[in-house]
Design a protein around this ligand. Structure first.
Ligand code: BT5
Length: 255
C-alpha cells in the first residue's frame, strides 16, 4: 500500500517535471508550444496558427505527450495509450524550400530519422520509421490554405497493439528509448533549420535512399501482394518489382 502510494507520487512528480520542462524550454528555430493533452496536434496547430500574429513567419511546433484522437492518413487512427509517447505538429505558415512538393513527405522522413539518431532505424516508403521491422514513428502531411502541417508521432514509452484486421490493420508497433520532450524538440528543431535552408530534389532522393531498407519486401495494403522496392523516381514515387514486372507506386499503398 505504502509502496504503491510512493510509486504513484513518484510518477506524478516525474510527469510534473516533464510538463514544466516542456513548457518552459524553447526551440532555436521554431515557435514551440507544449500542451498537456489534446485530441490531435494537427487541429491544435491549426487553431494556434490562426490565433498568432500573421507577421510571425516562424514554423509553429505543437507537441504533447497525450493525444486522445490522433489521426493517420486516409481516416486511419494513430493510437496513443497516454503513457508518454510524443505527438508533434510543425506548421509552416509560408513557403517551404522544396520542389516538387510531392517530395516533402520523404524529406520529413529523413529529418525525423536523423533526429531520432539510432543506427538500427530505417525508412519505409514513403516515410514510416521502422525499428527492426516495427513501426516507431508515423508521419502525416496536410495542407491548410497556404500553410503546410507536418504531424509526427513517435512511440517512446510504449508501443501500442496494432489491429491485424479492419481499416486500421498494420504492421506491429515498436518503440525507441529516449526522452519525449527532447526528441520532440530535436525533430522540431531539425524541421525549423531545414525550412530556412535551400533543398533540392536530387538531394532528397539521395538522402532518402541512403536511409531506406532496400532488402525488405513491401506488402500492398489492398491486395496483400508482396513487392520489392527498386528505386525512387524523381517525383518521390517508388518503383517496385512484383510478380507482373515493374511499376511505380504512389503513396498510400503499403501496410
Ligand atoms: C501515419 O499514418 O503513420 C501517420 C501518423 C501521424 C501521427 C501524428 S501524431 C501528431 C499528429 N497529430 C495527429 O493527429 N496525427 C499526427 P498511416 O500511415 O495511415 O498509419 C496509420 C496506421 O499505423 C494505423 O492504421 C495502424 O495500423 C498503425 N498505428 C496506429 N498507431 C500506431 C502507433 N502508435 N505506432 C505504430 N503504428 C501505429
Amino acid at each position: 500500500m505504502l509502496i504503491s502510494l510512493m510509486r504513484r507520487t513518484h510518477t506524478l512528480f516525474l510527469a510534473t517535471i516533464t510538463q514544466t520542462r516542456a513548457m518552459t524550454t524553447t526551440c532555436r528555430n521554431v515557435d514551440w508550444r507544449w500542451l498537456e493533452t489534446t485530441p490531435s496536434t494537427m487541429d491544435s496547430a491549426k487553431e494556434l496558427l490562426a490565433a498568432r500574429d500573421t507577421n510571425d513567419a516562424r514554423p509553429l511546433a505543437v507537441a504533447t505527450a497525450h493525444q486522445t484522437k490522433g489521426r493517420g492518413t486516409r481516416g486511419r487512427s494513430w493510437t496513443d495509450d497516454g503513457r508518454g509517447n510524443v505527438a508533434l505538429t510543425v506548421a509552416f505558415p509560408s513557403e517551404i524550400p522544396l520542389t516538387p512538393i510531392t517530395l516533402l513527405p520523404l524529406r520529413v522522413g529523413t529529418l525525423v530519422i536523423d533526429a531520432l539518431n539510432d543506427s538500427r532505424l530505417s525508412l519505409k516508403w514513403p516515410n514510416d520509421v521502422l525499428l527492426e521491422g516495427g513501426k516507431v514513428a508515423g508521419i502525416l502531411v496536410e495542407s491548410d490554405g497556404e500553410a503546410i502541417h507536418v504531424g509526427i508521432g513517435v512511440n517512446i514509452a510504449s508501443a501500442p497493439a496494432v489491429p491485424s484486421s479492419g481499416s486500421d490493420r498494420g504492421r506491429r508497433a515498436a518503440k525507441i528509448p529516449g526522452d519525449a520532450v527532447a526528441i520532440a524538440q530535436r525533430i522540431a528543431d531539425g524541421l525549423g533549420v531545414w525550412s530556412q535552408s535551400a533543398d533540392d530534389a536530387t538531394k532528397v532522393i539521395t538522402d532518402w535512399s541512403a536511409r531506406a531498407d532496400w532488402a525488405a519486401d513491401l506488402e500492398l495494403r489492398e491486395t496483400g501482394e508482396r513487392v520489392k522496392p527498386v528505386r525512387l523516381l524523381p517525383d518521390g514515387r517508388l518503383q517496385v518489382r512484383g510478380a507482373d514486372g515493374e511499376r511505380a507506386l504512389v503513396a498510400d499503398y503499403l501496410l
